[in-house]
Write a protein that binds this ligand. Structure first.
Ligand code: SAH
Length: 279
């Protein structure tokens, strides 16, 4: 069973609200009709989220130009979630080498298949940020020397599996959400991807240094973790940071530079920015 919060609000505010929902612990958000829907695990404090959203609603209403926002809560069975995912989940190419597809589609011969059974985790390749991470991973894999890869916030495990396919010998996927770890385990098996270590928790739970780190999180978390991320990069190591909304990238770059990193590239895709930074 999952909680869903369906929030009707005009378009310009949906993206930011989606980020807020993820910040509150949403496992995934979806835009549908005039609303944004946040899916939460059963164990959340429903009242806490309702209160937070009520505060936002009052805030929006009290603006000089009031913005209408309505919130509806409901429960969703796991099977319903999967069914709605299935309908929208078609194969999608990413970078020059990958194609991402659900288990019920047949892989193409030309590209490396990443088979994803989404479950409740984020990372089906339909999001710009995931695809940008794959593009930057491909672009910088040749530039790093150490052959360990950390996928910080692994979701479905998609970037961890891509890292194996790109030749990283040792790959660690970490996620604070136990459902993401469960989904990653299932997906690794579906892809016969061996050599991926999955850890429930944060970056402090991972040992050693990495030649490449991918962190597709949100700006606030990236700023918060940039020191820890930098300290886990091997010499010449590259970190790919994604999940950054346009306009928030300067803040993340500033934090990265403060942590001793150099920004090599900013990649834009729609409203999203991804960074490649070097130690
Ligand atoms: N890497 C995947 C999924 C990104 S979604 C992709 O690129 O598509 C972000 C994931 O990070 C979520 O699964 C969320 O549970 C996890 N997460 C959020 N904050 C985290 C933190 N501080 N440490 C580890 N994982 C975190």
């Amino acid at each position: 069973m999952y909680h869903t919060f369906t929030i009707a609000i005009p378009e310009p505010y949906r993206e930011a609200l989606g980020q807020r929902l993820i910040g509150l612990g949403s496992l995934g958000v979806e835009e549908r009709d005039d609303a944004i829907i946040g899916y939460f695990p059963e164990a959340i404090d429903q009242e806490l989220i309702s209160n937070e959203l009520e505060l936002l609603r009052i805030l929006f209403q009290s603006l000089v130009d009031p913005v209408a926002m309505t919130v509806k809560h409901s429960f969703l069975q796991r099977s319903d979630w999967n069914e709605s995912w299935k309908k929208g989940f078609k194969p999608v190419d990413a970078g020059t080498r990958f194609t991402i597809l659900p288990p019920w589609e047949r892989p193409s011969r030309e590209r490396i298949p990443l088979i994803i059974d989404p479950g409740m985790a984020f990372g089906t390749g339909h999001h710009e940020t995931t695809r940008s991470c794959l593009v930057l991973m491909e672009r910088y894999v040749g530039a790093v020397t150490a052959d360990r890869f950390l996928d910080l916030g692994t979701g479905t495990g998609i970037l961890a599996m891509a890292a194996r396919a790109l030749g990283f010998r040792s790959v660690v996927g970490v996620d604070t959400d136990p459902l993401a770890i469960e989904a990653s385990r299932r997906n690794s098996a579906l892809n016969n991807a061996e050599g991926i270590e999955l850890i429930e928790g944060g970056i402090d739970q991972c040992e050693g240094n990495f030649g490449m780190i991918a962190a597709n999180l949100i700006s606030g978390t990236l700023v918060e973790l940039s020191g820890q991320i930098a300290s886990r990069l091997a010499p010449e190591g590259i970190v790919i940071m994604s999940g950054i909304l346009k306009g928030q990238d300067d803040e993340v770059v500033a934090a990265a530079v403060k942590s001793g990193l150099k920004c090599r590239e900013r990649l834009n895709d729609g409203k999203w920015v991804s960074l490649a930074c070097r130690r």
